[in-house]
Write a protein that binds this ligand. Structure first.
Ligand SMILES: Cc1cc2nc3c(=O)[nH]c(=O)nc-3n(C[C@H](O)[C@H](O)[C@H](O)COP(=O)(O)O)c2cc1C
Length: 194
């Protein structure tokens, strides 16, 4: 069975740019037969600012709040993740950090790859997320997609929008996905025996 890859959309603000790279990812990855695709939009998982009495690393899926439990069950299904991240003040968005902090075992021993955008292609946000991923016992991939201003600005202006505006990044996405699927399959096999 093909691994389930979830695309997690980090930005939740109205009018977010994130919807454009998301549409491109769904367009390019939706028809592949080496993975199953699911979109996890954090807008669909509104959470309070983190206030759990017991940290998720210790609660082990026993959450007091149905919203958190629902997010946990959703993330639990995946074999790997692609996080789509904006960059706010040289970091990744608080909406993403807040969601991540609410879970823990669901992410353990799974790979994660990143698609970022901004003045430096979200590189600073992605580097920070890689550090965070290690604490979640995840395997962050080397390959990321960085949407730099040469593509970002035309994409922002593109009206009506077409995923083709991101075509210059198709080969980079192909590399990312190839590595992510390899890790997803390898770690799923490893998780199944220990
Ligand atoms: C609070 C804030 C801080 C920002 N800081 C950065 C930054 O450090 N680097 C960058 O490249 N873009 C920065 N931007 C511009 C964002 O890249 C741009 O607004 C982008 O559309 C945000 O992604 P989103 O629309 O999907 O939320 C910032 C935007 C906001 C709202």
């Amino acid at each position: 069975m093909a691994p389930l890859i979830q695309i997690i959309v980090g930005s939740t603000r109205p009018g977010r740019f994130a919807d454009k790279p998301l549409a491109w990812l769904v367009d390019r990855l939706g028809a592949r037969d080496d993975l199953e695709l699911e979109v996890i939009d954090l807008r669909d998982h509104p959470l309070p600012l983190y206030d759990l009495a017991v940290p998720p690393a210790r609660a082990l899926r026993d959450y007091p709040d149905e919203a958190v439990a629902g997010l946990g069950r959703t993330l639990d299904r995946a074999d790997g993740y692609i996080v789509v991240t904006s960059e706010y003040n040289h970091g990744y968005p608080a909406s993403l950090k807040n969601a991540l902090d609410h879970v823990f075992p669901e992410l353990n021993r799974k790979p994660v790859a990143f698609v970022g955008y901004g003045n430096v292609g979200g590189a600073r946000a992605i580097e920070q997320l890689r550090l965070v991923a290690v604490e979640f016992e995840m395997a962050p991939t080397r390959y990321a997609v960085h949407i730099l201003p040469d593509v970002l600005l035309p994409a922002m202006r593109d009206d009506p929008f077409t995923p083709e505006v991101f075509a210059p990044l198709d080969s980079r996405l192909e590399l990312l996905v190839g590595h992510l699927v390899w890790w997803a399959e390898a770690l799923a096999a490893a998780r199944s025996v220990s």
